[in-house]
Write a protein that binds this ligand. Sequence first.
Ligand SMILES: *Cc1c(COP(=O)(O)O)cnc(C)c1O
Length: 381
Amino acid sequence: MRNLPVAEPDLSGNERAYVLECIETAWVSSAGHFITDFEEAFARYCGTEHALAVSNGTVALHLAMTAMGIGPGDEVIVPDLTFAACANAVVHAGATPVFADIDPASWNLDPARVEACITERTKAIMAVHLYGNPCDLDALCALKEEHGLYLIEDAAEAHGARYGGRPAGSFGDVSCFSFYGNKTITSGEGGMCLTSDPALQEAMSRLRDHGMDPERRYWHDRVGYNYRMTNLQAAVGLAQLERLDEFVEKKRRIAQWYRQQLEGAGFAFPAVPEEASCTYWLTSVLLPEGTDRTRVQERLREVGIDTRPFFYPMHVLPPFAQDGSFGVSESVSARGLNLPSGVTLGEDDVAYAAHHLIEAAGKEAPSSLHAVNGALHEKTI
Ligand SMILES: *Cc1c(COP(=O)(O)O)cnc(C)c1O
């Protein structure tokens, strides 16, 4: 029996050597050259002027909003289908997340629904690239311009993605990344804020470091945070960044293998915008409507295949309960499954997972669905 996790980091590059250097030189905390090396290399990779390494992706979002002056009375538009960190960060900033339904093909923010959510209180749109698939940045950037809003790009799941020839992470007034252990590249825990706006960079830099004036030690002109990354984390992050392109290429190949193996079996993959390249951080599919997803997951677990259900829609979670029409995100959330997608998988692993998925979904689908699958295929693959 195989053991196929959903995601697993590959730390076989320079990670060990760089971490050892931190320990041998005793530069373990938040001064040390790996932090600035990682920031500079990440800014170069994404094509922004500045990068600021922080403790995780959630505080990256919080730092961005705080630096923008977003707070009580303000609204931030967030996709209804995303990780809860997006909504948590808005609430931590003192503002209100307003959820917009998603597009049924890409599973990302539907720009028409975003526009319908804009009020005089709206300060920002949080553009999330779900599971590595870039959202409709042309339309969202146009809305941002038209309504004078900030765009916060949440690229926590989309390291190495591109849109219109530009890297994900170069579109936001601030763009945020996470380097949690299951993300495309990791620093254990960690995050990054990217910007080309010197005022936002300056504000975020101070807020990250207790609100202290960099020219005047122990002079704090506003309430700040300790959101710094350690040199140890940055050492791992830099070594991972050296291999980002290789990891993305492998994840794309894994998704391609799944598409071939699952073709004609009634599973829907996300539609990638024409001008975008998706990284497939996680290969994700929608099960045929009516399939018992929990039973499918159980059957797959029995043969060593780890899966994850999609996120719950934000508007159903108790702290964020909200009225509105969210039919698309409800349906996608209920049918979605993340498949094993780690960079160490081989083609035979993917064939094994796909074979068992087809079998498990077939067993758990209502019998009439077998006939429907052929018809679904035309629209979904
Ligand atoms: C992982 C993730 C975050 C939060 O990152 P952490 O480093 O875990 O705090 C935020 N947004 C999205 C879309 C994520 O996937």
